[in-house]
Every structure is written in structure tokens, then in C-alpha cells.
Ligand binder design. Structure first.
Ligand SMILES: C[S@@+](CC[C@H](N)C(=O)[O-])C[C@H]1O[C@@H](n2cnc3c(N)ncnc32)[C@H](O)[C@@H]1O
Length: 188
């Protein structure tokens, strides 16, 4: 059966990331993806989870405590600064990453992911990604600023060299109201 967008994003991450690896949640929000990644990498692995909003960091921290999780570093900073937090950037040890774009549900809709920082971050992660690792983007574009980000990201990933990366777009084309879709980038 066809998987929904979030299920498919998680399926891809499970395929890409293995126990003991480092994984990235570039936009932790309420922490759902952070918890999911934490489980995949296990106690010998490590998750770096970013958000620029204090509220998102606090909610995710609570969820980590409630679930007794200790393999996550919560980082209150933009994912554009990710190279400051990657231990061995050149070693290509990242198992995979997720970007859940847009705004935090039930929060300030003006605090959104922005094309420039998203693209900077994608490129840094791609450099540090292991072979066959995946960067998964869930692109929400119905809000103000969303269309601009969608177009900038598509333009950017279309230029990735096909000898180095496979780029997939996955989404439902008969749904109303600008449904989200996935872009998945696999390093060859
Ligand atoms: C759609 S929400 C993420 C939802 C989250 N994955 C979850 O499971 O709840 C997008 C998040 O991106 C955050 N954000 C926006 N710009 C960012 C940036 N430059 N770096 C890191 N996080 C950012 C927002 O604060 C917001 O919490």
C-alpha cells in the first residue's frame, strides 16, 4: 500500500540509519522525529537535534526525560550552524537526517524554516553523510513563505550531480490544499 508522507519519511530513515550511528533531526519541533531517531541509533548511537525556538527545545527535552532517553544532544541553534556541532565533519559518519520544514504546529506561524539556512544545512550534511545515507526533507508549503522555500529547495536539489546523489520526490498529486511531499537525497 502507498505510505503516507510521515510514514514514508520514517520508513526511509529506518532503511538508511543503523544502530550505533549519528543521526540528525534538523528541526526537532515537538520531538517526534528526535524520539524516532533515538530509537533507531540505540544506546551506542547519537542524535543531534536542532531548533531555533526555545519552546521546541523545552518540549523535546521533556519528551526525552519522560522516555528516559540519553543519546540525544539538544541544540538550541540554527541547523545552518551544524558544522559547529559535527565531531568529524570530514569522516562522513552521519547515517541520515530529517528536515521537517515549515512552522511548529500550534505555535507562531511566522517562525518558519527559510530557504537559505535550509540549503546551507543540507549541503553541510551531504558532505558528512555516509555512502548510501539519506537526507529526508518533508516539505510543507501551504503557509506564507512555504512556496518560496519549496521552489528554492527544488531548484537546488535538481542541480545535485546524479553521479554523486540520487534524488527522489514522493507525494500525492490528487490532494487539495498544498499537501506536503518528500524529497529524499541518497549519497552514492
Ligand atoms: C514542522 S516543525 C518540526 C516538527 C517536528 N519534526 C516534530 O516532530 O514535531 C519545524 C521546526 O523548525 C524549526 N526551525 C525553523 N528554522 C530553523 C532553523 N534555521 N534551524 C533549526 N530549526 C528551525 C521551527 O522552530 C519548528 O519548530
Amino acid at each position: 500500500m502507498l505510505k503516507g508522507i510521515l510514514n514514508y519519511a520514517h520508513y526511509l530513515l529506518e532503511e538508511s540509519i543503523h544502530e550505533g550511528e549519528t543521526a540528525i533531526d534538523a528541526t526537532c519541533g515537538n520531538g517526534n522525529d528526535t524520539l524516532f531517531l533515538s530509537e533507531i541509533v540505540g544506546e551506542n548511537g547519537h542524535v543531534l537535534a536542532f531548533d531555533i525556538q526555545e519552546q521546541a527545545i523545552a518540549v523535546t527535552k521533556d519528551a526525552l526525560i519522560k522516555n528516559g532517553i540519553s543519546n540525544v544532544s539538544l541544540i538550541h541553534d540554527s541547523h545552518a550552524n551544524i558544522s559547529d556541532y559535527l565531531p568529524n565533519e570530514k569522516n562522513q559518519t552521519i547515517g541520515g537526517a530529517i528536515f521537517n520544514l515549515g512552522y511548529l504546529p500550534k505555535s507562531d506561524k511566522k517562525v518558519i524554516t527559510r530557504p537559505q539556512s535550509t540549503i546551507i544545512s543540507i549541503d553541510i550534511i551531504l558532505d558528512s553523510l555516509k555512502r548510501n545515507g539519506l537526507v529526508v526533507l518533508v516539505v510543507y508549503h501551504g503557509h506564507q513563505g512555504g512556496k518560496e522555500e519549496k521552489e528554492a529547495i527544488l531548484k537546488h536539489v535538481l542541480k545535485l550531480n546524479q553521479k554523486e546523489y540520487k534524488v527522489l520526490q514522493y507525494g500525492f498529486i490528487n490532494q487539495k490544499n498544498d499537501p506536503p511531499f518528500i524529497i529524499a537525497i541518497q549519497k552514492r
